[in-house]
Design a protein around this ligand. Structure first.
Ligand code: TYD
Length: 234
């Protein structure tokens, strides 16, 4: 597709579509460390577009509003055009990643109830953590909106955790981004192995982007993304 771009990020391109809608194209790029590491992984864009579409349809089926409308082509989603909030919202079921580096929490500790964290999308500041006060001051979300976002995060977890468990997979954590459509807060962006951590039950085998973060070869990463999609949709 050669048409104009509204925005381009590290892994996706937003293009104009009909009034009120946009096209979201998933690129084959994979990045880590705020973009410090970068590769092209042929097939990844299609796999991530399909994975994200599948999971958005699951959420819609549970009554959770997402921007997903349908597929334009195999790597491009038709989405509702949202006014995106530049905040990454993370829900953690099991401790790993930044939380075990920041706090006296051990790798693999279970959070019951799950923990939710907010981060400002700002690579130059390495995505600093936010609380309700920061978000109100920066006019990102009101406290009431943040509480609504937390409710939606728990709803998404209640949909996805058991679904993955039924496939022999454990959802350690995931990140969502939200946008506004009128007064409504809607799940936007993507839900893929770039934005969640998934381990095989029992073996603990990593299936998500941590493989890439830890330096695995690209073919191992591609195979993991493919295996996840196959197991999810089987
Ligand atoms: P987190 O442990 O906070 O970060 P890191 O990957 O630096 O250890 O990540 C929690 C979850 O959020 C994980 O599934 C990856 C996802 N995530 C993103 O999708 N984008 C990001 O910029 C960050 C920091 C995390």
């Amino acid at each position: 597709m050669g048409s104009a771009k509204i925005a381009e990020g590290k892994t996706k391109i937003v293009r104009p579509y009909r009034e009120g809608y946009a096209l979201l194209e998933f690129k084959d790029d994979i990045t880590a460390g705020d973009g410090a590491r970068h590769d092209v992984l042929p097939g990844k864009g299609v796999l991530n577009a399909q994975t994200s579409a599948y999971l958005f349809r699951v959420l819609e089926g549970k009554g959770i509003s997402t921007h997903y409308v349908g597929m334009y082509d195999e790597r491009t989603m038709i989405v509702k055009y949202l006014k995106m909030i530049p905040v990454e919202v993370v829900l953690r079921n099991i401790a790993t990643g930044s939380v075990v580096k920041r706090l006296p929490i051990n790798e693999g500790e279970r959070f019951d109830p799950p923990i939710i964290e907010f981060f400002l999308k700002d690579d130059s500041r390495h995505d600093p953590m936010l609380n309700y006060h920061h978000m109100e001051h920066l006019k990102l979300m009101t406290r009431k909106e943040a509480e609504r976002v937390e409710e939606i995060m728990y709803g998404v977890n209640d949909a996805l955790f058991p679904l993955l468990k039924s496939k022999g997979l454990i959802l350690y954590d995931f990140k969502l981004e939200f946008g506004r459509l009128g007064d409504e807060l809607v799940v936007g962006d993507e839900i893929t192995l770039d934005s969640m951590r998934v381990r095989e039950e029992g073996t603990g085998r990593i299936l998500d982007k941590d493989l890439y973060r830890k330096g695995a070869d690209l073919e191992t990463v591609r195979k993991a993304y493919e295996e996840f999609y196959r197991r999810l949709t089987s």
